[in-house]
Design a protein around this ligand. Structure first.
Ligand code: NOJ
Ligand code: CA
Length: 519
């Protein structure tokens, strides 16, 4: 692992994920834009977030909401110009904030110039940019493919949807009988990686502060244990250390033991993969439900395993949600949203808040898919700012909005929640300010789980940095619970709910409660 050059600003970074389509529209076309984000920077800062992850905002036919890039170096005109984006970086920096762009290195749109060139029968600079077989009659094993649309005789592997051709970074162990499987160090794969470094160089030079990397673990093919892909990212790390040591990198990988070894500073826990993240908020009996029938123990076991492997650097990031998952509020209700945030904002690593989760925005049910969203579309509806038309998102007629909004009369809005000190928004703001005034609670403070038993409540852990030790108690269940703890509770620094009682080493915790104590 290489975190020696970790940018200092990550120590207390709290990220806010923005899906640009749905955040704030300033020109009345029904779709969010860069100027809208710039306009709302103060809102994000006021909440307490000091960093942003912006979903892909590059030119694209939007078959997968921008994860199908057709020009890596051009901002999608619907969001504004490269200059507008540069201005957004500048305005963020003025406020002490940082912005990560979304880098999609695994695949492009079929409309990308590289792909159009690679479809040609004559050999050219881009012939080996994607994973092609030698014959239309041979399909790449274990991957979907695009076939029959090019003069080139071959089938091209895809990475995700069938309109997203896979860029060629080589095979970990090419099959000698399949000449089209190139090794990682052959010319084509090397050129692809250099081209991707150019993309990074371009945006970092324009002022972005790093990248969230899409499907970071998928680049090298037939790479079961990820060894080839880890080596590839170590190569990128070398480049960044030399040219952009302040750039921050977070991977969509979901296996921190691999990604951090590859030189990423942070990795997400995701709704797929081995992390048991879904046990918390998104399963039949989530741990954060007042029914109190959840099980946090497998999540904790896996977390500890990863944490030990990442040398306790604590850069495992637990998001409140993202544009690919159901909204947090679909599985976690009422006060438990506050308790879920008490957990999210007291864990190591950098927390990520998905836009709208801070007001408990709801998953909009029964929508027809928009731009390849399918079931994800309901989690991508436009932000609800206030009680004016379209909840203040856009001046366009409602039917022109990018995605239909939650139209229930009691839909949450920023305006209502800011002025209510009992709102979810106000609770999150308090939690962030407590986190930011105690280094033990921040990214690199250590964690030790004190109570995380099978099918049991509460969850208790100790966070520490230097001399500061903070006990965190989380009880989403609507019943009193207890656990044994050898630490003496000295001072309460935060609680949602009241009435923890201590009898010798036994701590009794009230229903639906979260508390942080100096010990
Ligand atoms: C993960 C992204 O988060 C998702 O939205 C996208 O569809 C796939 N990767 C493909 O790029
Ligand atoms: Ca707009």
């Amino acid at each position: 692992m290489n975190t020696s050059k970790q940018p200092a600003w990550l120590d207390n970074a709290i990220f806010y994920e923005i899906y640009p389509q749905s955040f704030k529209d300033t020109n009345g076309d029904g779709i969010g834009d860069f100027n809208g984000i710039t306009e709302k920077l103060d809102y994000i800062k006021e909440l307490g977030c000091n960093a942003i992850w912006l979903n892909p905002c590059f030119d694209s036919p939007f078959g997968d909401a921008g994860y199908d890039v057709s020009d890596y170096l051009l901002a999608a005109p619907r969001y504004g110009t490269n200059e507008d984006l540069k201005r957004l970086f500048g305005e963020a920096h003025k406020r002490g904030m940082h912005i990560l762009l979304d880098l999609v290195p695994g695949h492009t749109s079929v409309e990308h110039k590289w792909f159009r060139e690679s479809m040609k029968a004559e050999k050219n600079e881009y012939t080996d940019r994607y994973v092609w077989t030698d014959s239309i009659w041979e399909e790449p094993q274990g991957m979907g493919c695009i076939r029959g649309i090019s003069d080139r005789d071959g089938s091209c592997a895809v990475n995700f949807f069938s309109h997203q051709p896979a860029l060629n970074y080589g095979f970990y162990k090419p099959d000698p009988d399949k000449k089209w499987q190139q090794s990682m160090d052959s010319e084509g794969p090397k050129a692809t990686l250099e081209a991707m470094k150019d993309v990074m160089r371009f945006w970092l030079s324009l002022g972005c502060d790093g990248f969230r990397v899409d499907m970071a673990g998928s680049l090298v093919k037939h790479d079961e244990d990820g060894k080839g892909t880890i080596a590839l990212w170590q190569n990128v790390r070398g480049f960044l250390d030399r040219e952009f040591p302040e750039a921050a990198m977070v991977s969509e990988w979901g296996e921190p033991d691999k990604s951090l070894r590859g030189g990423f500073h942070m990795d997400f826990l995701l709704h797929f993969g081995p992390s048991h993240y879904n046990d918390l908020f998104r399963c039949a009996e989530p741990f954060f439900s007042s029914r109190g029938k959840g099980d946090v123990s497998k999540f904790v076991k896996k977390y500890v395993e990863n944490y030990e492997k990442s040398e306790k650097k604590g850069l495992i990031c637990i998001p409140s949600g993202n544009h690919d998952m159901d909204r947090l509020s679909r599985g976690v209700r009422g006060d438990n949203l506050k308790i879920a945030f008490a957990f999210l904002l007291s864990m190591p690593g950098a927390p990520f808040i998905y836009y709208g989760d801070e007001i408990g925005m709801r998953y909009v049910e029964n929508l027809t898919s928009v731009e390849g969203g399918y079931g994800r579309t309901g989690s991508r509806s436009p932000m609800q700012w206030d009680d004016t038309a379209n909840a203040g998102f856009s001046a366009a007629p409602a039917e022109k909005l990018y995605i239909k909004q939650d139209d229930s009369p009691d839909r949450p809005t920023v305006k209502a929640q800011i002025s209510d000190e009992n709102s979810l928004y106000s609770e999150i703001k308090r939690l962030i300010s407590v986190r930011q005034s105690h280094s033990a609670l921040q990214s690199k403070g250590e964690i030790e789980f004190l109570y995380a038993e099978k099918n049991a409540y509460p969850l208790a852990y100790l966070r520490s940095a230097g001399d500061e030790k903070i006990l965190v108690i989380i009880n989403p269940a609507a019943r009193e619970t207890n656990f044994d703890c050898k630490y003496l509770l000295k001072e309460k620094i935060y609680s949602f709910g009241e009435g923890v009682s201590v009898n010798g080493e036994r701590i009794t915790v009230p229903p639906c409660y979260a508390g942080f104590f100096l010990v």
